[in-house]
Design a protein around this ligand. Structure first.
Ligand code: UDP
Length: 243
C-alpha cells in the first residue's frame, strides 16, 4: 500500500468481489449484458491507472448450492453446481473485458483446461505482474464455502492490498438501510466492532480470514459509476474495515 497523492493510487493490487446476483441487473436470473458492459468499463478505469486487478465472481444468479436441497439434489452436488456457475460468470466477464481491450486470464479452482487455467498461485501472481486481469472461478474448489471465502483466500494468496466487496448498498450500516430509514453508514469500522455489533459484511469464514491476516475490506456500491476508481484513489467511498 502506498500513501495516496493526486498522482499515485492508494492501492497497487486489489481483489474485486462481485456477486453473481449483481450480474442479473433487472432480470430474475442469468446475465444482463448491460451489467457486464457497465462493470467492464468501471474495471477499465482502474486498470488504466496501472493497478493490478483480480476478480472473484459469485454464481448466485445461476445456481446456489443451498437451494439444491429443495430440488432433491444433495448439498455437495449442489455446491459443485454453484461453483460451475461461477465459471460461467467468469467467462462472461472475461469476454466483455477483452472486448474492451483488456488482457485477462481465467483461473479455476476446479480443473477444466479447455476453458480456463487451473489455479496456480505463482502463475496468478505472474499474470498480475504482467498487468493481466486475473479472474478466479469455481470459488476455492470445495463445497460448503462461498465466493466471499474464495475472495478472502485468493486475496491473501496473491498478497492483494485490499478486498473490494462490490454490493448493492454503499457500505456497512448500523442496520439494514433497505428496511430501516434511520440506519447510518460507517465510513470506517474495525473488524472487532463488526463482530461485537453483529453486522453483516461477509460470512464468518470469509471475514475471519481477512481479520486474521490483517487484510482490509471495503464494502461499496459497485453499481454507482466512478465508485471503484474513487476507492483506488483513496477517496471516502463505502466502508473501510481494518484492524
Ligand atoms: N460454492 C462452493 N464453494 C466455493 C464457492 C462457491 O461450494 O468455494 C458454491 C456454493 O454452492 C454457492 C455457489 O457456489 O452457493 C455460488 O456462490 P455464491 O453463493 O458465493 O455466489 P454469490 O452469492 O456471490 O452470487
Amino acid at each position: 500500500m502506498t500513501t495516496p497523492t493526486d498522482q499515485s493510487p492508494k492501492y497497487k493490487r486489489v481483489l474485486l468481489k462481485l456477486s453473481g446476483e449483481a450480474l442479473m441487473g433487472d432480470k430474475t436470473h442469468g446475465i444482463a449484458p448491460d451489467m457486464l458492459e457497465q462493470y467492464a468499463l468501471e474495471i477499465k478505469k482502474v486498470v488504466e491507472l496501472g493497478i493490478e486487478v483480480a476478480i472473484v465472481i459469485g454464481g448466485g444468479n445461476i445456481f446456489r448450492g443451498i437451494n439444491a436441497v429443495e430440488s432433491g439434489i444433495d448439498r455437495v452436488q449442489g455446491d459443485y453446481m454453484g461453483m460451475l456457475a461461477t465459471v460461467i460468470n467468469g467467462m462472461a466477464i472475461q469476454a466483455t473485458l477483452e472486448k474492451h481491450g483488456m488482457y485477462t486470464r481465467l483461473m479455476s479452482g476446479i480443473k477444466m483446461e479447455q476453458v480456463c487455467e487451473p489455479f496456480i498461485r505463482r502463475r496468478a501472481v505472474r499474470h498480475l505482474e504482467k498487468k493481466r486481469i486475473v479472474i478466479f472461478g469455481a470459488g476455492i474448489g470445495s463445497p460448503y464455502f462461498t465466493t466471499d471465502s474464495a475472495a478472502s483466500l485468493r486475496a491473501i494468496e496473491i498478497e492483494a492490498d485490499v478486498v473490494l466487496k462490490g454490493t448493492r448498498v454503499d457500505g456497512v450500516y448500523t442496520a439494514d438501510p433497505e428496511k430501516d430509514a434511520t440506519a447510518t453508514r460507517f465510513s470506517n469500522i474495525s473488524f472487532d466492532e463488526v463482530y461485537t455489533k453483529g453486522l453483516n459484511v461477509m460470512d464468518m469464514t470469509a471475514f475471519t480470514l481477512c481479520k486474521e491476516n490483517g487484510l482490509p475490506i471495503i464494502v461499496f456500491d459497485m453499481n454507482k459509476p466512478g465508485n471503484l476508481l474513487k476507492i483506488v484513489k483513496g477517496e471516502d467511498v463505502g466502508t473501510l474495515i481494518t484492524m
